[in-house]
Design a protein around this ligand. Structure first.
Ligand SMILES: [Cu+2]
Length: 495
């Protein structure tokens, strides 16, 4: 998926991928280290100037008299690179748009539906694939607009003062800004209200930056997966709707997708700048993906070339929040003895709150009844880990997560029992194309997220001498019974 197979080898100075001839010197223009252009906040004067260039270029890309359907610089082609619209299949769209063989048809076949890691690929590819996607798209905007200095602005929605969608994106029919408007968002979003208070109900946090490892460890799901959940997935479900940002196949049809992913990329760059290390195994670094250049030609790019950006890439970087785990300077976690694991088995969520007991695994019973928390509150790190998230359709809203003793107690987000949220954006099974079986998707690598419990919750568990924690998952929206959001295992891990 996106990465070429071993059969796609160098032949006579060119890379041959299925009959598609790619130039040998596949250089990526935009983000690798030779680029010194800076991306600005949408709220800054520079960012607003960039938005104007963006709005004009988007209108052009959507104009099929300038960029016909099937042209790599056409809007739909770029959207489909992420995922083909949900009510059609990739094969159907390719034969509809390209009745006969052509370079563009082959390119579409290589590029469309390649979003990582929404189809069970290695989760670690989420950040580099989207960095490439954003960089190539940005370069296409330069080409289409004729503005070589253009950079994609980023929307810093984790700033409580910026939790309305920027005004430029909600001016339907406006001669300049109309191209950035989409009706397929929640009404709350397009009315300019705080998106975290709409049907998505997802708080937008930088808690992912607390992780000290990029990939999953035995306790933490890792920075990349946690960022994928929040703020990435959380922003998608907040902006909505099911024919827009809240659904993987439709998400990239919305021009706000790109300022969202510019910010996701900035958070990654921020975490690296603070000392976070990316994976350095060959399977990760040597993976390649294909994107369309500004000339509409195939560029094959390697993950290794997209693992860092220059300091000048962003005008501002995000700071790690309080409670972040110190970095160790290593890329891989050393095998660590976990002090305690308790878990709840597979659960299907729905419209009502679900409460589960977390039972000690293996030989942990004594430790657990000794109230390890009370003894170790100062040194212990406690994670709530959600493994194997899947669903049968787009899941509405998010689930608030509470940890408590045998009594459920206060289920408000200001309670010490509240630890965070999970959402099901992009989980296997939630975003198949109509007419396609989602069985293969459901058997592919499921999603995993973790939440680091904060001091307030740990103190509550210790003070109340809670030896057998329970967990309650409470939906922020209705209508999830048919979507059947499922979690294979919920773990309470003390490391
Ligand atoms: Cu996304």
């Amino acid at each position: 998926m996106g990465a070429f197979s071993r059969r796609d080898v160098l032949k006579g100075g060119a890379i041959v991928v299925g009959g598609l001839l790619l130039p040998e010197s596949f250089k990526a223009f935009a983000m690798p280290t030779n680029n010194t252009l800076t991306r600005y906040s949408v709220s800054s004067s520079e960012g607003k100037a960039m938005l104007e260039i963006y709005a004009k270029a988007v209108a052009k890309m959507m104009d099929t008299s300038l960029y016909p359907q099937g042209n790599p610089l056409n809007w739909e082609f770029q959207w489909y690179t992420h995922f083909v619209r949900g009510d059609r299949t990739k094969a159907g769209e390719i034969s509809r748009i390209y009745p006969s063989a052509s370079y563009d048809k082959e390119l579409a076949d290589k590029m469309w539906d390649t979003c990582q890691a929404h189809s069970g690929q290695r989760e670690d590819f989420f950040l580099p694939w989207h960095r490439m996607f954003v960089a190539f798209f940005e370069n296409i905007i330069r080409q289409v607009s004729g503005e070589a200095q253009f950079t994609l602005p980023w929307w810093d929605y984790t700033d409580p003062a910026q939790q309305s969608i920027p005004e430029a994106f909600r001016r339907p029919g406006d001669a300049l800004w109309g191209s950035l408007y989409r009706k397929d968002r929640w009404d709350n979003t397009n009315q300019g209200h705080n998106i975290t208070e709409g049907p998505g109900g997802a708080a937008l946090t930088l808690d992912c930056m607390k992780s000290n490892f990029y990939s999953a460890t035995a306790s933490d799901a890792g920075f990349c997966a946690n960022l994928d959940n929040n703020p990435h997935g959380a922003l998608h479900v907040d902006v909505g709707n099911r024919r827009g940002m809240a659904s993987v196949p439709w998400a990239a049809s919305d021009p706000v997708f790109w300022v969202h992913h510019a910010n996701v990329d900035r958070i990654w760059a921020s975490w690296n700048q603070a000392g976070g290390k990316n994976p350095d195994d060959d399977a990760f670094k040597n993976a390649t993906f294909v994107f369309a250049s500004a000339e509409g030609k195939a560029d094959v790019v390697k993950v290794a070339d997209y693992l860092s950006v220059p300091q000048s890439a962003y005008s501002h970087y995000a700071e790690r929040p309080a409670g972040s785990i110190p970095f160790t300077g290593q890329t891989q976690v050393m095998a660590k003895k976990l002090a305690l694991v308790a878990s709840a088995p597979q659960v299907t969520l729905g419209d009502k709150s679900t409460t589960l007991a977390l039972n000690p695994e293996g030989g942990s019973v004594t430790l657990f009844s000794d109230n390890l928390l009370e003894k170790q509150t100062s040194s212990a790190r406690v994670f709530l880990r959600f493994e194997g998230l899947s669903a049968h359709d787009v899941v509405n809203g998010s689930y608030n997560v509470f940890v408590h003793g045998s009594a459920v107690g206060d289920l408000s987000t200001s309670s010490p029992s509240f630890v965070g949220q999970v959402n099901f954006f992009g989980v296997p099974g939630s975003h198949h194309h109509d007419g396609e079986d989602n069985a293969t998707e459901l058997t592919s690598q499921p999603k995993m997220y973790s939440i680091l419990l904060n001091e307030k919750t740990l103190a509550m568990l210790a003070v109340e001498k809670i030896t057998t924690p329970q967990i309650t998952l409470s939906p922020t929206a209705k209508g999830n019974d048919a979507a059947m959001p499922m979690i294979e295992k919920i773990k309470f891990v003390i490391e």
